[in-house]
Design a protein around this ligand. Structure first.
Ligand SMILES: [Ca+2]
Length: 144
């Protein structure tokens, strides 16, 4: 009575080992280099608010298919080297946009602001905005 059970047990183990060996190996290939999913898509540089142009904004869009957490990401005017804005933890969903205003608060666009008392984006000499990820790697840049 016990021998058949042992044989069945051995057969089971062998079957499992064969199945394990046949299972697809985990892929180690790296994904191809693509355009960054999160990009600066618009710079509204000519604000309507007289002089201070607090309504200027930089629009950032997730063009990819995965949500992206912007925690620690930095948006900077590299033409002057300042100001820079560091994002708090925020999940930017696919095909969604946020805006970083010069000195206004718009919760419907994420509520981000440089809180800068003067115009940032020059109307006469185009500036360059750069977006860096939390590792200080450049993700996107745009002028106008
Ligand atoms: Ca401006």
């Amino acid at each position: 009575m016990r021998k058949p059970q042992i044989i069945v047990g051995i057969l089971l183990i062998v079957t499992l080992l064969i199945l394990g060996a046949c299972a697809p190996a985990p892929t180690t290939s790296t994904p191809p280099v693509e355009a960054p999913d999160v990009q600066i898509t618009n710079i509204f540089y000519d604000g309507l608010v007289f002089r201070a142009e607090s309504d200027e904004y930089v629009e950032i869009t997730n063009l990819g298919e995965e949500p992206q957490n912007l925690a620690g990401w930095v948006l900077k005017d590299i033409s002057e080297g300042y100001p820079s804005f560091t994002f708090p933890s925020f999940i930017l969903a696919p095909s969604k946009s946020i805006r970083v205003y010069t000195d206004e608060y718009h919760p419907e666009w994420g509520g981000f602001s440089f809180e800068y008392g003067r115009a940032i984006w020059s109307n006469s000499e185009p500036d360059v905005a750069v977006l860096y990820d939390s590792q200080s790697e450049e993700v996107s840049r745009k002028s106008y």
